[in-house]
Write a protein that binds this ligand. Structure first.
Ligand code: ATP
Length: 606
């Protein structure tokens, strides 16, 4: 699960596979088995793309047999009907498939969960009907014969063994591309969006664009495999690309391990060879795949391979636990209320009068509820400004409005010198803002370090092509992100847990992890939504201390918090909301004695 993609270790797997690809024909000369190996290779190419789509991005498609079919038919029609070179036909088929995937992907990827599955399944059915109905172009139900083999000059790649080397070379390249992408900044972004789309978006991951790009890329992988299939068998029929093949492909992804490229190779080898080796199995295979899908999804929802990796991680974590416990206790003991007293005063000297965030007459309604009404306040550069108020006062809604999760019905939000109301969360993150969440939004499918590295998405970096091809600036950039993320983890005392799955951290550690993830991009403004909620006194004081340290490093803080003790100690300014309206604004001392504030807090004192 670690993202150390740029060391020599990442080449070992592909090198071993290359060795097997070269050696296997020495052991297997029977054309039947070579044919099985070739089909495994073709399926693996599709499965690599599908693993990125389903396992990494969490978008389940039951339409990839259609993309395989589109690749096969387009390549066949271009080379037979129009006499285009098969190599060019494969490229053109990939472009046609990419265009169709883009047109299908833009509306369908707005859908979630079962709706996306249904939409892609419908697409697969429609594609099959079109192929059957357009018999003058596709040959209809009886198929499309006479597809020429690929050739290099006069040397035709027309035997099982020749196709074996071609198919498995492409498979190896697909696996390397898949591994590169999976271990890159983009791969982290995909896994983050799988774990929590809204949170990933807030970290700067352009989730919608990523979903469309990975859908198109996986369709292109399927198209290339389909084209190779057509030129290998010289005949294609609609039966090959029906919905059952889509189910088979998804079963391969799931059986190997959602989110594991090597697992995908295992899944495609296992599922493809079964009916070929046990001929009587062919009749029952669809029932069997359905059964496997249900059993694996219920017992190990993330697939077999990832389940094994997780067990190893848990074992490692248990061994490390003892050391961490004693260290944590030591740290907490050194941070007490006394360590934050006086911090506010010292830090307030750094406040600039220049406002960094200006909110003017901002309102938000949810149906009949006015969650926020005409609020106006400023957050000065270098300050800790706290937003307080009783439950339901509109604090989190205000944070969500500032961060682009909701659009205000009225009013303006200016960050620096630019209006940001109307922008999406990832665009706001890119302008230098970061946030944490009231309800923890940790990406629990990746490690602690990777969680923090996702926070670096708000800065521009390598995208799909550069990541997939490992083009040089990529390596340096990854090392820099890793270094900065480790620094952020050290700052929050989590460096020892860097390689642990984030879901295994304690509640308090996860709170600190969210803060580490937010500061890694060195934002100008950080929005902290109830950072000490649910923590004990010592932990709250530690977080308060860390907030002051963040501010002393030049980051402005907007804090939403119920713990009045923390608020009064570390804030330069306090804004009080009640029933969605602003009832007071001023220094901690001023709001503490404000009549309206006192009565809002049940008529008592703080
Ligand atoms: P708390 O301190 O309990 O978290 P808060 O001050 O953060 O409260 P908000 O969560 O902003 O308050 O909620 C303000 C009002 O808006 C509440 O009445 C809440 O029920 C309502 N509200 C918030 N989000 C939504 C939503 N997505 N849909 C409908 N109503 C909402």
């Amino acid at each position: 699960m670690s993202t150390r993609s740029f060391d020599g270790k990442s080449l070992i797997g592909p090198a071993i596979l290359a060795f097997f690809i070269i050696s296997l024909p020495l052991l297997i000369s029977n054309p039947y088995y070579l044919n099985v190996l070739n089909i495994i290779g073709l399926n693996t190419i599709v499965v690599v793309g599908l693993t990125l789509l389903i396992g990494y991005a969490g978008q389940v498609s039951l339409g990839h047999a259609a993309f395989y079919g589109i690749g096969a038919y387009t390549s066949a029609i271009l080379s037979v009907t129009y006499g285009i070179s098969p190599w060019i036909a494969i490229i053109l088929a990939a472009l046609v498939t990419a265009t169709i995937a883009l047109i299908i992907g833009i509306p369908t990827l707005k859908l979630h969960g079962h709706y996306l599955v249904m939409a892609t399944l419908g697409f697969n059915l429609i594609t099959n009907i079109i192929i059957v109905q357009c018999d003058s172009v596709t040959g209809g139900p009886s198929g499309f014969p006479g597809i020429p083999p690929l050739s290099i000059g006069r040397w035709a790649i027309d035997s099982d063994i020749r196709m074996y080397f071609l198919i498995w070379s492409v498979t190896l390249v697909a696996i390397i591309f898949g591994l590169n992408l999976a271990r890159s900044r983009v791969g982290r972004g995909l896994r983050a969006l799988h774990s929590g789309e809204a949170a990933a978006n807030c970290m700067g991951v352009p989730t919608r664009i990523y979903k469309i790009k990975i859908f198109v890329l996986s369709a292109v992988f399927a198209s290339v495999a389909g084209s190779l299939y057509a030129h290998y068998l010289s005949f294609v029929s609609p039966k090959t690309f029906d919905i059952f093949f889509s189910v088979e492909l998804v079963t391969m992804v799931i059986i190997g391990g959602l989110g594991s490229i090597w697992g995908g190779l295992f899944g495609s080898t296992f599922i493809t060879s079964l009916p070929n080796l046990l001929s009587s199995f062919d009749e029952y295979k669809d029932v069997f795949y359905g059964f496997i899908l249900v059993v694996i999804l219920i017992s190990t929802p993330e697939g077999l391979i990832l389940e094994i990796c997780r067990k190893i991680d848990v074992f490692r974590k248990k061994r490390r636990q003892g050391n961490n416990d004693s260290r944590d206790k030591q740290e907490l003991d050194t941070v007490g209320p006394s360590s934050i007293s006086g911090l506010s005063l010292a830090a307030s000297r750094q406040i600039l009068r220049e406002p960094l965030l200006r909110i003017k007459n901002m309102s938000k309604r949810f149906g009949g509820i006015a969650a926020v009404s005409e609020i106006t306040f400023e957050v000065e550069k270098g300050s800790v400004t706290s937003l307080i108020g009783p439950n339901g006062a509109g604090k989190t809604t205000t944070i969500n409005l500032i961060y682009g999760v909701y659009r205000p019905n009225k009013g303006t939000i200016i960050f620096g010198h630019n209006r940001i109301d109307g922008l999406s969360s990832y665009q706001i993150a890119a302008r230098g803002m970061a946030r944490t969440f009231q309800n923890l939004q940790i990406f629990d499918n990746i490690t602690v370090l990777e969680n923090v590295m996702v926070g670096a998405h708000s800065k521009p970096g390598s995208e799909f092509l550069v990541s997939m091809l490992h083009i040089p600036p990529y390596q340096k950039e990854e090392e820099m992100i890793r270094e900065k993320s480790m620094e952020a983890l050290e700052f929050f005392g989590l460096d020892e847990a860097a390689d642990s799955p984030a879901g295994q951290l304690s509640f308090g550690e996860q709170k600190r992890l969210e803060m580490a993830r937010a500061i890694v991009s060195k934002p100008e403004l950080i929005l902290l939504d109830e950072p000490v909620a649910g923590l004990n006194r010592a932990e709250s004081m530690e977080i308060a201390h860390l907030i002051m340290k963040i501010r002393s490093k030049g980051t402005t803080v907007l804090l939403v918090e119920h713990d009045i003790n923390v608020v009064m100690r570390i804030s330069d300014k306090v804004v009080v909301l009640n029933y969605g309206t602003m009832i007071a604004e001023g220094s901690p001392k001023q709001v503490q004695t404000n009549e309206a504030v006192l009565s809002a807090y049940l008529g008592g004192s703080f």
